[in-house]
Design a protein around this ligand. Structure first.
Ligand code: FUB
Length: 320
């Protein structure tokens, strides 16, 4: 049908069809999305908009992680959101089994790279894959046809889920780094093509590291925030160098309502800083396996440290 319409009326019809796949969401506070359970937010600012990528909890009873695809939303003002057609599914990785766990998207040279945690089909344990697209809404496709990181590449901790929760940064000199982990935080350089490691896997020593690292840079400081303990709080460390040493700075966000996990993303957008996370407080049936993405403000002190996040039900206001 789409093809016939495109032939008859040209490109503009395809645009209408694409738009028809978008759903408009006007957020009324936290959680920002209420028709689906969304988890593990990652956000990326591109052009005039912020793109929000989330996991998608679908466990019928809410008693375990069941996640098969990732979701994509965009907003130009942090209140009015568009839900785009899901641009990535675990089935897009033919070598993988299932489990669309935490992820992050970053752009380089006009291509968008989506790093995901996913269960490997033949190598025991979780792994990290990469998908690529020409625009932030996708569709994304497997960028390498195999995992970038597998459980057998990291032997520091004897669990099968230590290779999860990728976060990525491109430093000012163009060098990209991938951080990830559970119980141990790992990192490695990425080649300019963003789909190969460029050196050995290294470890970051962080107190009480559970999972969910998020790396970001502001002014001359690097920030490594992460989930600590269980149930999880989000804490953070700072450094003047992406390779450390990292100085632990304490709690950033307390245990989130009704959820063991809290998974954060941190961005600057149109002059304000935001802390994007999930809790289990959605009405109804919210919980640790029925999570929902929330957004609150993040504020820095003049010395670069971050003020404690205040989780609210009101959420954030429209920004121009
Ligand atoms: O959503 C599955 C896992 O729960 C994520 O990978 C972790 O960060 C935690 O949020």
């Amino acid at each position: 049908m789409k093809k016939i319409l495109s032939v008859l009326f040209g490109f503009s019809v395809a645009v209408v069809v694409v738009q028809a796949q978008e759903k408009i969401i006007i957020s009324k506070g936290n959680p920002i999305i209420t028709d689906k359970f969304t988890a593990d937010p990652a956000a990326y600012v591109y052009g005039d908009s912020v793109y929000l990528y989330t996991g998608h909890d679908v466990s019928p009873k809410g008693d375990r992680y069941e996640m098969h695809d990732w979701l994509c939303y965009s907003s130009a003002d942090m209140v009015n959101w568009k839900e785009h057609k899901s641009p990535l599914n675990t089935k897009n990785f033919t070598w993988a089994k299932d489990d669309a766990w935490a992820s992050q998207v970053i752009e380089r040279d006009g291509k968008f790279y989506w790093y995901v945690a996913i269960s490997h089909g033949t190598i025991h344990g979780k792994s990290i894959g990469v998908a690529v697209a020409d625009n932030p809404r996708g569709p994304f496709k497997d960028a390498i046809g195999k995992a970038l990181i597998t459980n057998d590449m990291t032997t520091e901790v004897k669990i099968s889920w230590d290779d999860i929760d990728p976060t990525v940064i491109i430093d000012d000199d163009g060098q990209a780094y991938l951080f990830w982990g559970n119980q141990k935080c790992y990192y490695a350089k990425l080649k300019k093509n963003m789909i190969e490691l460029d050196g050995p896997i290294q470890k970051v020593d962080l107190p009480e590291f559970t999972e969910a690292p998020w790396i970001h840079k502001r002014k001359n400081w690097y920030y490594l925030s992460y989930a600590s303990g269980f149930p999880e709080k989000i804490v953070y460390a700072m450094s003047k160098n992406v390779n450390g040493p990292w100085e632990y700075k304490g709690i950033l966000n307390e245990i989130a309502g009704n959820s063991n996990t809290n998974h954060q993303a941190i961005i600057d957008f149109k002059g304000k800083s935001y802390f994007i996370y999930h809790n289990g407080a959605i009405n109804t049936h919210g919980g640790s396996f029925h999570r929902s993405v929330c957004i609150d403000y993040l504020n820095y002190n003049s010395d670069g440290t971050i003020k404690r996040i205040v989780m609210t039900t009101e959420g954030v206001k429209k920004v121009k």
